[in-house]
Structures are given as C-alpha cells and as structure tokens.
Design a protein around this ligand. Structure first.
Ligand code: NAD
Length: 498
C-alpha cells in the first residue's frame, strides 16, 4: 500500500512505523503515512540547520522568485491537490478548491517580502550617528497543523517563514497528510534549495520532539484548544517563540431588523459548509426576540432538509462526511446529550444514508432550538454539522453571552442598524468580527487570530503579524568619526537632544 513519506533535505524517506489514512466517504484505508519518531525529527532539524546560513544570506528578492514559481505550480496542480484533500478529509471538491485558493493568497502576500522586510532608518539620530532597525530570520522554525485545512493552514505558515529567510519543518495532521506533502514538494519543483522546507509526519511523538529540540526557534500551531495550550506551555518553557491557535464556538447574532432571508442563506454555508469542521464555522445563532428566532428557524428548516450530502469527491454537493468514525461518534454523542439536556432538536441529521457509501461517516444537518447557555452543546466545540439557536431579549444580552464564553475566535452580527453594528464591533471580545459576513476570515494581508482561549501567544497567524513572528528585530547605531575629530571619554548616558 502507498505510504505518504517524510520529505527531509529534499528526499522522500520513511520511518519504521506507519499510521493508516482513511477515506471518510467510504471508511476504507486508502494509504499509510510515516509515523515520525525522534530520529526523523532530528534528521529534519539537521537538514534545516545546514540549509539556513545560505538561505538566510540569499537576498529577499531572490527568495521570492521561488514563491512566484510556487504560486504558478499550485495553480497548475490545483485539481490534483484538491482531489487529495477531498479524498482524505471528506470536504467537497469545491470547498477544497476554496481552501487552496485562500492558501495561494498567502503565497502572493509572501511575494511582497522585500517590501515587508525593508526595516526603518533614521539619518542623524544623534550627532553624526545613523540608526536603523531591520528584521532578521530566526533560524529553524516549525509548524504543526490540523486536519481541517490540510492545504491552507500549512500555507498560512511556511511561505512567509521561508520568504523571511528561515528554514522550516512542517508536521501535518496524520489524518489527511497527502495534500500537505504534495504541496510542499512543489516548492522543490519551484527551485527551493534542499533542506529549506522539510515535512515530518506523525502524531504526538513527532510534535514533542520538535517542542523539546533547542535548535527549533519558533513553533506555529493550529489545532484544538487543549493541545494548543499544552504546546504553548511546553514550547515557551523551552525558550521558543510560540503562537498556538485553538478551538472555537462562533456566535452569529440576528437582530429583528436583519434581512432574515440573507441571514438564513449565508448561515447555511457558515454552519454546515465543510460539515461544520471549520474553526470559523458558526455553531450558535443568537436570536434577539422570539419572533426573530421563530422566523429564522422556519426559514432554515427546508434548507437543511435540502442539503445535498455525499462523498466529497463527487461534484455538486453541499456537504461531505466527518473526518473519522471516532469524530462522527463524538458529534453523535453531543447530539444525544443536547436532546437529554432538553434542547429541542428540530432538524435531526442522524441516520442519513448515502447510497453506495454505506460505511462513510455521514451526519446530515442538525438544528437545535431553545438551547440554554449551561448546556454542553452550547459550551463546547462540537465541530460538526450542528447549529444551536439561543434566544435572548436584547443585543446587550447577546453580547454579554458571547463575552462570557471561553472562546473568542469569530462572530457575526446580522442587522441593518449601523449604530448597533458599531457598538457590537467595538465591544465584542472576539478576534474576528463580521457585520452581515458570517465567516469573517481575514484576507491574506490582514492577520488571523482569535481572543481568549482561541489563541495562546501574542501574534496572530499570516498577514503582517507573520512577518513579526518569523523575524527578530535588530537595531543598529552607526557612526564614522572623522579623521580630524578628537574623541574624549564621555561618562554621562548618551542622549541625542541638546
Ligand atoms: P488536534 O489538536 O487534534 O491536532 C492538531 C495537530 O496537533 C495535529 O498535527 C496532531 O497530530 C497534533 N496533536 C494532536 N494531539 C496532540 C498531542 N496530545 N500532543 C501533541 N500534538 C498533538 O486538532 P484537529 O482535530 O486536527 O483539528 C481541529 C481543531 O483545530 C478544532 O478544535 C479547530 O477549531 C481547530 N482549528 C483552529 C483554527 C484556528 O485558526 N484557530 C484553524 C483550524 C482548526
């Protein structure tokens, strides 16, 4: 059976153990993936360290020539890449193409690195002294990525890390590793020197080896909150720079004056697209007033019943399966618990059958009404096709509810009231806010990140923050004393003023 290999120093290689990779639409094991141990991680670090000096010293304008070619190759190979994403993750081909395009936007942004690294300069900062600060790469940096965006999330990280002059080790999700490897391989085709990008597959063992290695200077992580917190704690304790993006529970508030038809239409994609397996998925609709809730539920129900669910690799579908049998069972557990806690399950997607794919991990769209904030289906991230309706009396109550939640990744307000929108955007304790935009995922030239327990660390992912994350600033003061100048010892602290 085909084994997805590591990519170390430009060569494909294996580890003694492998892990199975399943097609969630069929339940079949389609290939194996190398399960990287400490030895594989150490090999990758050695390769990345060896490649660093020459890559660091390559002018940024030359480094980005590789990125221009990489972008072209990603577009040329897009159909093959999205096929791999869909086969291993289960998301529809159209959705996989969407993620790849958002990933490519990050490559385009990295092409601007000569401008982004320009630094700052002050002529005559003191008498005869010029001062500047510039941004230098850190060395070997690593990225650990989740299953839900196997092509896009790695592209949030390494194009910018590499364009800034670092060398990189990627540890993709072991659930859908093939696309991450195929994308990274294209960098070599684009002319990247060996060892600048390395891919080590595996699970916890490979991650811990990266966290403990003194030569890995920074870690970017995206995944669930418990793992994000553990990685932030261990990586920081080991002296690394860490950014760890975690889980979410994203609320959309619907005000009585909103265009409800638009809200219902866009909420369908935001709640059920990718089977709800997006960190920016809307999983709670907070309706202000019972009338708003009644009308919204009435509009959603026929749309949920009409969802086209099937194998992700077939065209024209709305939703594929969940990623694994274990995850499907976890989502089913949440649904059962919501029912026993007294929420009203007005659309029940359990028991859905997809002809020809009887062993796939499918759940249809589910809608809970009258969900209370103390219920587990409200408090925890379900990461499935389950939308919860919470009824409140006012915008203030809706905002207080969101602000009290442990997560703060994304949120949205549906309204026609500009004053309410401004108050919401200003006062809500969430990192990414949409006004009539339910998936407010920032474009590549703005950074991405949540608040509260959705992000551990100071800097957000991609965009301008990523330039700061993958570089360290150096401030240089320079003076060239003239040959006629006489210098004498100066014991007071130097200042530039009179
Ligand atoms: P996960 O936390 O299970 O895994 C993420 C990565 O960490 C994988 O590479 C995995 O191999 C590794 N890992 C898992 N357990 C580990 C452990 N105990 N020690 C060390 N490494 C470990 O997440 P997932 O299920 O792959 O992805 C879904 C989660 O990611 C959801 O919670 C989702 O909200 C979150 N997510 C967040 C963002 C964001 O930007 N905030 C984006 C995408 C996904």
């Amino acid at each position: 059976m085909d084994v997805v290999s590591h990519l170390i120093n430009g060569e494909k290689c294996q580890s003694p153990n492998t892990l199975p990779v399943t097609n969630p639409s069929t339940g079949e094991v389609v290939r194996q993936v190398a399960d990287g141990d400490r030895a594989a991680v150490e090999q990758a670090i050695t390769a990345a360290q060896a490649a660093f000096p020459a890559w660091r010293d390559t002018p940024p304008s030359r480094r980005v020539q590789v990125m221009y070619r990489f972008k072209q190759l990603l577009e040329t190979h897009a159909d093959r890449l999205v096929q791999l994403v869909s086969e291993e993750h289960g998301k529809t081909l159209e959705d996989a193409m969407g993620e790849l395009k958002r990933g490519i936007e990050n490559v385009e942004y990295a092409c601007g690195v000569p401008e982004l690294l320009k630094g700052e300069y002050s002529h005559n900062a003191g008498p005869g002294i010029d001062a500047w600060s510039n941004f230098q790469p850190l060395g070997v940096v690593a990225g650990i990525t989740p299953f839900n965006f196997p092509a896009m999330v790695p592209l949030w990280m390494y194009p910018m890390a590499i364009a800034c002059g670092n060398t990189f080790i990627l540890k993709p999700s072991e659930k859908d590793p093939a696309a991450a490897l195929a994308v990274a391989e294209l960098l070599h085709e684009a002319g990247l020197p060996k060892g600048v990008i390395n891919v080590v597959h595996g699970g916890r063992g490979a991650v811990e080896a990266l966290l403990d290695a003194p030569d890995v200077k920074a870690i970017s992580f995206v995944g669930s909150t418990p793992v994000a917190e553990a990685i932030y704690t261990r990586g920081s304790a080991n002296g690394k720079r860490v950014q760890a993006l975690g889980g979410a529970k994203n609320h959309a508030v619907v005000l009585p004056d909103a265009d409800l038809q638009n809200a219902a239409n866009t909420l369908m994609g935001a709640a059920y697209g990718s089977c709800g397996e997006r960190c920016m998925a809307i999983s709670v609709a907070v309706c202000v007033g019972d009338g708003t809730a009644d009308r919204l539920v009435e509009m959603l129900l026929p749309k949920i019943a009409a969802l086209k669910v099937g194998a992700g690799t077939e065209r024209g579908l709305d939703m594929g399966p969940l990623v694994t049998a274990e995850h499907r069972d976890k989502v089913l557990g949440f649904i059962e618990e919501g029912v026993s806690a007294g929420a009203s399950l007005v659309a029940d997607g359990r028991g859905i059958k997809v002809a020809g794919h009887e062993d796939g991990y499918f759940i249809g769209g589910c809608l809970f009404d009258r969900v209370a904030p103390e219920m587990r289906i409200y408090r925890e991230e379900i990461f499935g096709p389950v939308l919860c309706v919470v009824r409140v009396a006012s915008l203030d109550e809706a905002m207080a509810l969101i602000n009290a939640h442990e997560y703060g990744n994304g949120t949205c307000l549906f309204t026609r009231d500009g004053e309410a929108a401004r108050r919401f955007a200003d006062g809500i304790e969430v990192g990414m806010v949409g006004i009539n935009v339910p998936l407010p995922v920032p474009v590549a030239y703005h950074s991405f990140g949540g608040w509260k327990r959705s992000l551990f660390g100071d800097l957000h992912a991609y965009g301008p923050d990523s330039v700061r994350f993958y570089t360290r600033r150096k401030a240089v003061s320079q003076r060239w004393p003239s040959s006629v100048e006489t210098s004498s010892a100066e014991f007071s602290f130097p200042s530039s003023g009179s």
